[in-house]
Design a protein around this ligand. Structure first.
Ligand code: ADP
Length: 170
C-alpha cells in the first residue's frame, strides 16, 4: 500500500537515477518536480555500475542531507526494473531531467519501454536550467580523479564527503 496516496488522489512522482554523486543539477530537478507534484520519490538504482564511486549507503545519506529543505520528498533505493518499481510505488509520473540532444535520444527509447511495461505511468521531462546543463555525475567523477574544482557543482555536503573519502585536495 502506498502511504502517500491514502484515500485521496495525490500525485506521486518518481525521480530515478544513479546519483553517483548527486549534483546541483539533480537538486534543481527535484526542487522543481516537488513543486509540481504532491509527493516526490527520489530512487537510487542500486544495480548499475560494478565499481561505484560512492556506495549506495553514501548516496542515500547525501541525497537525504541535500534535500532536507524539500518537505514532500522521500529518498529510496531500488533494483530490478524501473517500470516494476514505479507500479509498486503507485507512481503516476516519472520525472527525468534533459540536458541536451544526447539525453533526449537516450530518453526516447527508455520512455517507450517504460510505457510498454507500465502504460499508466506518465513520463515528464524537465529541461535543465542553462547553468546546470553541463553538470553530470560522470563529469564530477572525472574532476575528482584529476583534482579539479567541484565547488558550486555539487551540494556542500557532497563536496565535503568526497574530500573526506578520497582525501581529495582541490
Ligand atoms: P548522470 O547522467 O549525471 O550520471 P543520473 O543517471 O543519476 O545522472 O541521472 C538521473 C536523471 O537526472 C536523468 O534524468 C538525467 O538526465 C538527469 N540529470 C542529470 N544531471 C542533470 C542536470 N545537470 N540537469 C538536469 N537533469 C540532469
Amino acid at each position: 500500500m502506498n502511504i502517500y496516496r491514502g484515500v485521496s488522489n495525490l500525485t506521486i512522482a518518481l525521480c530515478p537515477g544513479s546519483f553517483d554523486p548527486v549534483t546541483n543539477g539533480h537538486i534543481n530537478i527535484f526542487e522543481r518536480a516537488a513543486k509540481m507534484f504532491d509527493h516526490l520519490i527520489v530512487a537510487v538504482f542500486s544495480n548499475v555500475r560494478k565499481k561505484p564511486f560512492l556506495t549506495i549507503e553514501e548516496r542515500l545519506d547525501l541525497l537525504k542531507k541535500s534535500t532536507s529543505h524539500i518537505e514532500n520528498i522521500t529518498i529510496d533505493a531500488f533494483d530490478g526494473l524501473l517500470a516494476d518499481y514505479a507500479k509498486d510505488k503507485r507512481a503516476d509520473v516519472i520525472v527525468r531531467g534533459l540536458r541536451d540532444q544526447k539525453d533526449f535520444i537516450y530518453e526516447t527509447s527508455q520512455m517507450l519501454m517504460i510505457k510498454h511495461m507500465a502504460p499508466n505511468v506518465e513520463m515528464v521531462y524537465l529541461m535543465s536550467e542553462q547553468r546546470y546543463s553541463y553538470v553530470s555525475s560522470s563529469a564530477i567523477r572525472e574532476l575528482v580523479n584529476f583534482h579539479g574544482d567541484i565547488k558550486g557543482l555539487v551540494p556542500t555536503c557532497v563536496e565535503n564527503a568526497i574530500i573526506e573519502k578520497f582525501k581529495y585536495v582541490q
